[in-house]
Design a protein around this ligand. Sequence first.
Ligand SMILES: *Cc1c(COP(=O)(O)O)cnc(C)c1O
Length: 345
Amino acid sequence: MTGAELRVDLDVLAANIAAVRARVAPAALMLVVKDDAYGLGIPAVVARAQQAGVTRFGAFDVVTGSAVRAVAGPEAQIFAWQTTGPDGIRRALRDRIDLGVGDRDFLTDIAGVARAEGIAARVHLKIDTGLHRNGIRPEDWPDAVAEARRMVEAGLIEIEGVWSHIAEASDAEDDLSRAVFDRAVQQASDAGLRVPLRHLAASAAAFARPEFRYDAVRIGAFCYGVRSADGPHESALGLRSMATLVAPVAAVVGDTVTVGIGALDGLPSNLAGRMPVHTPAGRRTVRAIHADRIEVEGWPGAAIGDEVTVLGGPAASATDLGELIDTVGEEILTRVSPRIARVYC
Ligand SMILES: *Cc1c(COP(=O)(O)O)cnc(C)c1O
């Protein structure tokens, strides 16, 4: 081989999606596709997910939401939750992207753009259930829902859902968050808002804890076969890894083999000395990591062009590598440079 490639198995994506949907039913699956579908590529992932029955996508930002709309067509439900300015709001309205709103000022801005455009915004109100990253604080929530109700009556917004995000760090904390969430949903309906979709959980809580599933779950990692750090193995979850980074030997000098991974912002350099790769002679340790290449322990007969598996398949999974340096698998996967060819099978 001549250049590194990320091989993405879309059949495995479809199988993972089927496993996730079976697990969380009757809750709906919202497939999270932020960070270019965790580095796997929006167009291919969205198209295949749709074939596998996915109708809801979680996009993080409006630009990504528009990219999903272009692939998924007019029927898909697309949710973006990054706060954005008037241009972003306008784009969301025109592309019929639902907006996650965790801030009263953002709600006011949305209403303003909706009035100017003559298009009602589709809003999911976010309650802060304890993460303190974004979200309407519980003490502000009653006023916020009252205001939202007035905007609904004025035809400026439609409430599509109430949502939050949880830490998934401890069951006890998550339970406290869930209590805050339940109260917020109750207050919204007491204020006369219909709440079509309640969503709280991402991969880990959605799998492990049925009471967190509500009407929909927002899942990225598990659909892509990325298990949680320090969590159950993929096979125990009924999931498989779907991405394999393979790269060619570029030079052999003495006992050191250089593999050209061609990835700027590639692998975290602190994986050097700890990270294994899979070579034609079996497992070898990576000695050094540079922006575009890695140096690996040699093996007899190593030759330029030999294929080395750096990530996934017979090598370590993204989460295996993440655990070596106290991070999550998504962090490793999304660092595979966009300049590396994605090859779909
Ligand atoms: C990334 C993200 C998710 C998906 O998390 P996974 O653990 O990858 O399933 C869900 N909700 C929000 C708000 C996110 O940012």
